[in-house]
Design a protein around this ligand. Structure first.
Ligand code: ASP
Length: 348
């Protein structure tokens, strides 16, 4: 999932109308301030942090910069966890969740179970700016996006369709589907069957004026029950910021963040004086502790069956990423260059 996507590839994979929709509701750039812009993202976020920092250097608002950054990944057909090319729900339909938060206004907007729209994070920004609501879902979210000029796009790529079909055909031996012989199945499809593909992109950004913005956008858990909404579009769970403190977000099995308000907890921990990394480890420990009481999150040995990672940065430019058990990386741009950094691992 973490591969660079050139501007040419990005432009090729998105129509002029989708590209134009990306700027609907963006704030005109202001003169840049004296600070160094920074951005932090998940491991698939190198193109996102690079673009976000470039734009903040020209004076763009941190949220608009983060949305433009993650839009590269939303349009990337090779990333099966976000936007176009994302793996569909169990009916074979791609359903997207996204949310944004804007530091200077403490504004927030989100969409959930949104179909056929390439840039859900840009729609979430419009929910924030052009409604008195925070979250629109399903058909209502789609109608709202179309009303504002977002074009409908078929988000299911051929590769994602083939992976979904393989999943469907091999699900049970007591139904009427007959799986294609393995020799006839493309290697990429067989590879995708080895684990349940998860992923998402989060991006937290700090601009040259010291303002924060953040976004989380995803196609959610692959093969999810239609209508399932994860943590990504839920403030406090899949993302949260306070412009005076920090910004944080998550990828992984969203349900554990929904029941723990993890992103909110991280920001509140920093507010109370914890270093960002410690604030995140504390939130991970909370997730581990509370999920021991719920067998659906544990295997027979009592080990967590879920993956969860946190990423973020503070108002003062401290950044961190943490993960549970399985090593992972996160993307950071410190104003000079973009790099992948190891997350701090919590073992249990
Ligand atoms: N957090 C996302 C969700 O639960 C999925 C992921 O990040 O893997 O929908």
């Amino acid at each position: 999932m973490s591969h660079p996507l050139s501007r040419r590839d990005f432009l090729a994979s998105t129509s002029a109308a989708s590209l134009a929709s990306l700027m609907i509701g963006a704030t005109p750039a202001q003169p840049p301030g004296p600070g160094k812009p920074m951005a932090v993202s998940s491991a698939n976020g190198i193109p996102a942090v690079t673009r976000a920092v470039e734009l903040m250097q020209t004076g763009l608002d941190p949220l608009d910069a983060a949305i433009a950054g993650v839009a590269i990944v939303e349009a990337d057909p090779k990333d099966h966890s976000v936007g176009y090319g994302g793996l569909p729900n169990e009916d074979g339909v791609v359903e997207l969740d996204a949310a944004v938060m804007h530091g200077p206004t403490h504004g927030a907007g989100a969409v959930a179970s949104l179909r056929n729209i390439l840039h859900p994070a840009a729609v979430a920004r419009l929910v924030m700016k052009r409604t008195r609501h925070c979250l629109l879902v399903g058909d209502g979210a789609l109608r709202f996006a179309k009303t504002h000029g977002f074009p409908e796009v078929d988000l299911l790529t051929e590769e994602a369709r083939k992976i979904w079909l393989r999943w469907r055909e091999t699900r049970s031996n007591i139904d009427d589907w007959i799986p294609a012989p393995e020799g006839e199945v493309e290697p990429a499809v067989l590879e995708a069957m080895k684990t349940r593909i998860t992923g998402t992109i989060h991006c937290s950004a700090l601009d040259t004026h010291g303002n924060l913005g953040c976004v989380t956008t995803t196609s959610g858990l692959s093969y999810k029950i239609p209508g399932r909404v994860g943590d990504s579009p839920i403030f406090g769970a899949g993302l949260y910021l306070d412009n005076t403190v920090a910004s944080a977000g998550s990828t992984g099995v969203g349900e554990v963040n929904l029941v723990n308000c993890s992103s909110y907890l991280i920001v509140e921990n920093v507010r109370k004086g914890m270093a960002l990394k410690d604030a995140m480890i504390d939130a991970l420990k909370r997730v581990v502790a509370t999920t021991t009481r719920n067998p659906r999150f544990r295997d027979e040995q009592g080990k967590p069956t879920f993956r969860v990672n946190f990423y973020g940065l503070t108002k003062t430019g401290d950044y961190a990423g943490v993960c549970l058990i399985t090593p992972a990386k996160f993307a950071v741009h410190d104003g000079t260059s973009a790099k992948l950094v190891d997350c701090e691992v919590l073992t249990v």
